[in-house]
Design a protein around this ligand. Structure first.
Ligand SMILES: Nc1ncnc2c1ncn2[C@@H]1O[C@H](COP(=O)(O)OP(=O)(O)OP(=O)(O)O)[C@@H](O)[C@H]1O
Ligand SMILES: Nc1nc2c(c(=O)[nH]1)N[C@H]1C(S)=C(S)[C@@H](COP(=O)(O)O)O[C@H]1N2
Length: 200
């Protein structure tokens, strides 16, 4: 069985990582999680930038309009601090807002930290790209994408990635399939693609 290829843009927004004060862990954490979660072959396009609204907007436009990324994940710059402007940049390049992603991420994160409500993360559609903001703490990436599980690995609070494959279907992207040990994608029955009938 073959899987559609997917192109994913990764944007790490961090003053200190982009200045070399510390090594960026945002992009490696995103890549590690996405490679474990998706069965599709992935082409990543990576950008590390400081917390500057114009830089973030340019990065998002480039990934959506020139690279035609199906999914774009940002990490960092979602909080209340003066230089946190990732949600403003994301909304500035949006065709459509997808408020459910931010609402669900804050719900999930409350199970990990009481400061979850300080993240102003948003998700939007630009063209044929779904853009999702994730918080900057590297551990927050897996927490929000995957959700909360018990010791046996049963899902207690669903991660937002459960809704990403169907969202990508609806905007005309590739058919994403996930590793159920990491995350179960949900699609309405009518949208589930049957495995191709082989001759063997
Ligand atoms: N890209 C990153 N790589 C490694 N660690 C990070 C990264 N972004 C954030 N962190 C860690 O998470 C903490 C909280 O993230 P936050 O986004 O609030 O950082 P910040 O104070 O805005 O600083 P900066 O933009 O310089 O990363 C940081 O203090 C840092 O320890
Ligand atoms: N899952 C999860 N969400 C989280 C956190 C976290 O550690 N885990 N940190 C919170 C904190 S302390 C802040 S200030 C906000 C914003 O973080 P950012 O500015 O790094 O994007 O995300 C919040 N959401």
């Amino acid at each position: 069985m073959s899987f559609d290829a997917v192109k994913i843009g990764l944007v790490s927004v961090s003053d200190r990582a982009s200045a070399g004060v510390y090594q960026d862990q945002g992009i490696p954490s995103l890549k590690t999680w996405l490679q474990a979660a998706l069965l599709n072959p992935i082409e990543f396009v990576e950008i590390l930038i400081p917390d500057e609204q114009a830089d973030i907007e340019n990065a998002l436009k480039k990934l959506a309009d020139e690279h035609h990324c199906n999914l774009i994940c940002t990490t960092g710059g979602t909080g209340p601090a003066k230089r946190d402007v990732t949600p403003e940049a994301t909304l500035a390049v949006a065709n459509k807002e997808m408020p459910g992603f931010g609402e669900q991420m804050r719900q999930i994160s409350l199970h990990f930290v009481p400061t979850a409500i300080l993240s102003r993360q948003v998700a939007v559609i630009r063209g044929e790209s779904l853009i999702i903001n994730l918080p900057g703490q590297p551990k927050a990436i897996a927490e929000t994408l995957e959700g909360l599980k018990d010791k046996e690995g049963n899902s207690l609070v669903k991660g937002i990635f459960a809704a990403v494959p169907y969202c990508i279907d609806l905007i005309g992207g590739p058919y994403l399939e996930t590793n159920p040990e990491v995350i179960n994608a949900f699609r309405p029955k009518s949208a589930i693609r049957k495995p191709a009938q082989g001759n063997a």
